[in-house]
Write a protein that binds this ligand. Structure first.
Ligand SMILES: [Fe+2]
Length: 515
């Protein structure tokens, strides 16, 4: 049987060192369940979706697969019992791709719910579900999505995901810190089984550990996801080719290549996103008929190095005042890189959607971090790239982009903010609305800091770091309703509750309290 050329290329495109051509395991037999990491789907289009699984009978120890290719069959059905098969096919799970399987399914009908599963060596995977998007030119009554980020495995259980899976959603948007490369934080409920991730094998085992969580698996099987990364998928506070502790560039890029490759191997991404060495284009647009366009950004891979670092650090985050660090204000500095900035502007300009949702990693609103006179900013976020932020928000204002909503993560805090072209002028008009989700599990910052955020930054309408959870967004023609959903992450069996609701009316940027 010939090896699937498409499958091989999609993975091998990212392989820094391609292992010798794999031998096919003709009649695989698994001593343990090879689908231990579940299934996932992503980027649903009007006629298909990306689907993912990985064969890993021994997930925490490299996967437990032989150095051989294994054929994996997949099927998509209109019903959960798989009586009406809509599409089916085969892919090769290759050792050089950690026996991960990516399928770019097409040929489905628009706006329909489908069920999918995989078979290999007599074993059958759990069943996943996705809904295809409406046709590009069609309206849609409603788009419901959940925003997730920051799931430090040691600091909490994933009760948030169990509750998310029970909601009536079309999509999950994950904006980074899906894994953490190192152990940190207080009051651990469980432990990383290994130290800091550096090699490909390390990152693969870390993804396997996180993805072995049944609540995370159920949220992946329930809905298609759009995903982007932040820093911890590689290393805390890294900036393009610069590590937090200023490791030699080549050494750090080798680590980044390993991290990006393991990320691709574990995420339901289209094959076109497969990494090439240390490069992987993950920023993308996603349309949901004419109701919504999502612009998914990458603020790590292409950014300029952070300014005014502490001397013992490379480019890691820091808190500075513009007076002590004039480089902060240099107009050429970019968080997204020139090419992604152009791409984003083009996608905003060409959008015919009612809502333009920008899904990115961190807080976009300016946050003066210290009380009293003067201003100090955290250089790892948009506050370290104020000219780039002003370019984006001025573009949105100037081109009258329809209903811009910015989603973020990173700070483990619910934030609702008014985005402005000039945050220092309280009369500056609101040009976009920001919702930052809290973390799934990672510990929040202190409530004292949050009180400072509110006192010093009048455009921050709401901030709460006390609870873990996720945010749901329900978009219709008339409004966008955000629900801030919270759990006790220390309790695996935690209930869920709604902390607050905020609404954005069509044509009126800025959120209003209540639903
Ligand atoms: Fe985080």
């Amino acid at each position: 049987m010939p090896l699937s050329r498409r499958s091989f290329l999609a993975c091998a495109a990212g392989a820094a060192a391609i292992v010798p051509f794999a031998r096919l395991l003709a009649q695989p037999k698994f001593a343990r369940n090879p689908f231990s990491l579940g299934v996932a789907s992503g980027y649903p289009s009007a006629d298909g979706a990306a689907m993912w699984t990985r064969l890993a009978p021994d997930p925490l120890a490299g996967g437990g697969m032989p150095e051989a290719a294994v054929e994996v069959a997949w099927e998509i059905a209109a019903d959960a019992g798989f009586r009406t098969i809509a599409r089916s096919g085969k892919e090769m799970a290759l050792p050089e791709c950690a026996h991960s399987v990516h399928v770019d399914a097409t040929g489905l009908k628009a706006g329909r719910v489908y069920f999918y599963r995989f078979h290999a060596g007599g074993a059958t995977s759990p069943v996943g579900r996705f809904r295809t998007a409406p046709p590009a030119d069609a309206g849609a009554r409603r788009l419901a999505l959940a925003l997730a980020s920051c799931q430090q495995y040691e600091q909490g259980h994933y009760a948030a995901y169990r509750h998310m899976a029970a909601e009536d959603l079309d999509l999950v948007v994950h904006v980074g810190d899906y894994i953490y490369e190192s152990s940190w934080g207080r009051n651990h409920v469980r432990k990383h089984d290994t130290g800091e991730t550096v090699t490909l094998e390390d990152y693969r085992n870390r993804y396997a550990l996180y993805k072995s969580d049944p609540d995370l698996q159920v949220a992946h099987s329930a809905f298609p996801w759009l995903v982007t990364w932040d820093d911890h998928e590689v290393q805390n506070d890294y900036a393009s080719d610069l590590s937090q502790f200023a490791a030699p560039r080549e050494e750090f890029l080798a680590r980044r290549a390993a991290a990006y490759r393991a990320y691709y191997e574990h995420m339901p991404l289209p094959k076109r996103m497969a990494p090439r060495g240390a490069d992987m284009q993950i920023y993308a647009r996603w349309d949901y008929g004419t109701l919504a366009r999502l612009h998914v950004l990458d603020d790590r891979q292409y950014r300029d190095h952070q300014v005014c670092p502490r001397p013992e650090r490379g480019s890691s985050s820091n808190v500075v005042s513009p007076a002590s660090c004039p480089e902060l204000l240099l107009p050429r500095r970019s968080l997204l890189g020139a090419e992604q900035e152009r791409w984003l502007a083009g996608g905003l300009d060409s959008s015919a959607a009612r809502w333009n949702v920008i899904a990115q990693q961190t807080v976009m609103a300016q946050v003066d971090r210290f009380p009293g006179e003067g201003q100090t900013f955290w250089t790892d976020g948009w506050d370290g790239y104020p000219a780039a932020r002003a370019r984006l928000l001025e573009h949105i204002a100037g081109k009258k982009v329809a209903n811009p909503i910015v989603l973020g993560g990173d700070v483990h805090t619910f934030v609702v903010a008014d985005l402005k072209t000039d945050f220092n002028d309280v009369r500056s008009p609101v040009v976009a609305t920001e919702f930052v989700g809290t973390s799934i599990a990672s510990q929040g910052i202190s409530q004292k800091s949050i009180e400072t955020w509110r006192a010093e930054n009048p455009h921050i309408r709401y901030a709460n770091s006390s609870r873990r959870g996720y945010t749901t967004l329900e978009l219709t023609g008339k409004r966008c309703v955000a629900r801030l959903r919270t759990v006790n992450e220390k309790d695996h069996a935690s209930a869920v509750s709604t902390l607050a609701e905020w609404t954005v009316e069509n044509g009126r940027p800025g959120a209003q309290r209540g639903a």
